[in-house]
Design a protein around this ligand. Structure first.
Ligand SMILES: [Fe+2]
Ligand SMILES: [Fe+2]
Length: 276
């Protein structure tokens, strides 16, 4: 029997996702059980930001050590707003990169024929109530920050030529998965500007965190499934189950012709379930 990826290849590929671990300096041992469960049930792990509590290198090192139980598994991550709290996000990113994690910030990567595009994202609110770049320079700057993230996401998705594309975000691209949070903070939980590139390129799924009290599932206006995998949300919505979700994809054909960016792809064979 080969390593997990080879063993599952005949059946398809299992992708586990979780975010908002908020690892502290004293969290040693707190996540090993979770990562061991993930390693035994999935081929690839997605970490959707807020991996640390205050964005401190010491916290990142604790989490990196916790992840050694899943060391053989490819891990794709984005940073969350908590990684920026202490202004040491570059050091934190480097610690994760040194651990072998692919930390995406407007980049794309391909693993086992599946394409991943990742950005942190940003706030600004949703739909008709989204913040517009109007008035004070600070308000315009706020919107530009979100627009920059949208552009980075679009260019990362454009680089992927895989049969399946998956986006990894921290902030939410849709309103539906933040419902349950206080209405007053919706604008700080995500931006529907992020929806545009997700609808333009055909995606199998989008994962995000950040809205701890939101909803586990929603869809973009173009029908792309969106999963909020903030760890505390999963614990609340799926009691008794380990707090991660699994997306099961059929094995992508090795030499499938490139789908046009807007070609519809069937999603019937894609299954998502909570950890078990
Ligand atoms: Fe968080
Ligand atoms: Fe966050």
């Amino acid at each position: 029997m080969g390593p997990p990826t080879e063993r599952r290849a005949a059946k398809g590929i299992s992708i586990a996702a979780v975010g908002d671990l908020h690892c502290t300096r004293s969290a040693q041992g707190a996540f090993q059980g979770l990562f061991a469960q993930i390693a035994s049930s999935a081929d690839i792990l997605l970490l959707c930001g807020d991996l640390t509590a205050y964005g401190l290198p010491e916290e990142a090192r604790v989490l990196a050590r916790e992840l050694t139980v899943a060391a053989k598994m490819p891990i794709v991550s984005v940073l969350g707003n908590h990684e920026y709290e202490s202004g040491r996000q570059d050091e934190v990113r480097q610690i994760f990169l040194d651990t072998g994690i692919r930390v995406l910030d407007g980049e794309a990567c391909e693993i086992n024929g599946i394409g991943f595009a990742g950005v942190k994202g940003f706030g600004g609110g949703f739909d008709r109530r989204a913040l517009e770049p109007w008035g004070e320079p600070t308000m315009k700057q706020f919107v530009h920050e979100a627009v920059d993230e949208v552009l980075k996401l679009g260019s990362a998705l454009a680089r992927l030529r895989t049969a399946y594309r998956i986006a990894v975000l921290h902030y939410s691209p849709i309103r539906a998965t933040v419902v349950g949070e206080p209405l007053e903070i919706f604008p700080f939980l995500g931006s529907s500007r992020l929806e545009e590139p997700l609808n333009r390129y055909t995606l199998a799924a989008v994962f995000h965190g950040h809205a701890h009290n939101g909803q586990p599932e929603g869809r973009t206006s173009g029908g792309v499934p969106v999963y909020n995998v903030a760890m505390s949300l999963l614990e609340r919505h799926f009691p008794g189950k380990p707090p991660f979700r699994i997306l099961e994809l059929p094995s992508p054909p090795r030499s499938e012709p490139q789908p046009a960016p807007d070609a519809p792809r069937t999603r019937e064979s894609i299954v998502v379930h909570e950890g078990r």
